[in-house]
Design a protein around this ligand. Structure first.
Ligand SMILES: O=P(O)(O)OC[C@@H](O)[C@@H](O)c1c[nH]c2ccccc12
Length: 423
């Protein structure tokens, strides 16, 4: 008998009892099933409840990963046939078909090919509260810990999401959407501002704290900050909604939207699940962020479809050439953010914006009329001129504004002049 990370038991004579929970990109479509001697059994909801089954991704370094991929291909049709009924998702909900097993496999290969380093979930399975059929864990290998702050944020996000989705399942959320405030055109607002001021349009960020800089603004009143940003020429606002690391919230987003702020709002969140897009929309977002370092291509494509359906803009964020090339290969991307901050190390280098827009990449971007946002680490008029000359039509600025008491002066100081054209 062989025990492997609580995943598989091999019983004498080659009979295998394997317990599997296939990771699907979108949890509300996930399918849990187990394999007993090559017969696949779907786990009913009752079974899941009885065993408090968590869905998780098993170790990616071992052969079990390879087996799992193979198995998911063999059984994809039956699994997907079962999934729609047993997850309780009704047929009439109009959402694009999510990637299923074959695409998930493709996405795994894409992850390898494009070297996505960030792991969205702990690779070694469920944490200690797991009470499934195999309650024990033989050991916790080192790679079970987050390797950097981005992974840590995502792993926390993943567990918070499980709770949020339990409280408000997608079907419930969707019923709220018709009552959400109408979507405003985020990209158009940036273009308009760029054309009227001749300077990069400002997306001013409401960020109370950050993991790299700690507390940035102790007296944080989101609505009055938003009003001051708007009055002083911001074209759009970016509202951090992550609570744990940025001291933001969806309440802030909602409050700003309800206060009648006209600037379109970007929901600044670590999106790993389509559910979050619907949630952001229900709270009044006009745009959402998709981080290429975190999301495989197949997810970006799927999430862009959802954004199009909801009328949201998708700001697709890249940090290096590899990510830029991936994103340029995806149809329908019209707004790209170049983050000058490496989210794994926090290093900031505004030369990054220039590097990524040089040569062929810049030409493709111009040809396709993609709007580029220079993000992070912008403090002075020289910085603004530098990224503008590199080819951006908008900038996303947090720290250098939010830390100053007088936000009007802060904006004028950043651009070297007042940029407000509103009356
Ligand atoms: O405060 P700065 O350096 O001006 O950066 C703003 C913004 O670019 C940054 O907050 C940001 C860029 N991408 C993100 C993704 C998640 C959280 C935050 C961010």
């Amino acid at each position: 008998m062989e025990l492997g990370l609580g995943v598989r038991i091999r019983i004498g004579g080659g009979r295998r009892l394997r317990f599997g929970a296939e990771f699907r990109n979108f949890d509300y479509y996930y399918t849990n099933y187990y394999n007993n001697n090559n017969n696949w059994y779907f786990m009913s909801n009752t079974y899941k409840k009885q065993h408090k089954q968590q869905h998780w991704r098993s170790s990616s370094n071992s052969s079990s990963h390879v087996d799992k991929v193979k198995d998911s291909r063999q059984h994809s049709s039956s699994v997907s046939a079962l999934s729609s009924t047993s997850t309780g998702i009704q047929d009439h909900i109009p959402i694009p078909i999510p990637p299923i097993a074959d695409q998930a496999e493709e996405s795994m290969q894409a992850e390898d090919k494009h070297a996505i380093r960030i792991r969205r979930r702990p690779p070694t399975g469920p944490p200690v509260h797991y009470v499934g059929p195999f309650q024990f864990r033989l050991h916790t290998p080192d790679h079970a810990n987050p390797r950097n702050i981005l992974e840590q944020i995502l792993w926390d996000k993943d567990s918070q999401l499980t709770l949020m989705k339990e409280r408000q399942p997608l079907a419930v959320l969707q019923r709220l959407l018709p009552g959400a405030p109408p979507v405003r055109d985020f990209v158009q607002a940036l273009k308009d501002s760029y054309h009227t001021t001749g300077m990069p349009a400002l997306i001013a960020e409401l960020k109370k704290a950050s993991p790299s800089k700690g507390l940035l603004r102790p007296n944080f009143d989101p609505v009055s900050i938003a009003q001051a940003y708007q009055k002083n020429g911001a074209a759009c606002l970016s509202v951090l909604t992550d609570e744990k690391y940025f001291q933001g919230s969806f309440e802030n987003l909602h409050a700003i939207r309800s206060a009648g702020i006209k600037c379109p709002l970007l929901c600044k969140e670590f999106i790993i699940d389509a559910w979050q897009i619907y949630y952001a929309r229900s709270k009044g977002a006009d745009a959402i962020l998709l981080i290429a370092a975190v999301l495989p291509d197949v997810d970006i494509k799927y999430m862009i479809k959802i954004c199009n359906m909801l009328g949201l803009a998708a700001l697709v964020e890249v940090h290096d050439e590899l990510e830029m090339d991936r994103v340029l290969a995806i149809d329908g991307v019209n707004l790209i953010g170049i983050n000058n901050r490496n989210l794994e190390t926090f290093e900031v280098d505004i030369f990054n914006t220039k590097r990524l827009l040089e040569g062929g990449r810049g030409r493709i971007i111009t040809q396709r009329d993609i709007l580029v946002v220079g993000e992070s680490g912008l403090f002075t008029p020289e910085d603004i001129t530098f990224v503008q000359n590199s080819g951006v039509q908008a900038v996303l600025v947090g720290e250098s504004l939010i830390k100053q008491e007088d936000l009007g002066k802060a904006i004028a100081g950043l651009f070297g002049k007042e940029i407000s054209v509103r009356t």
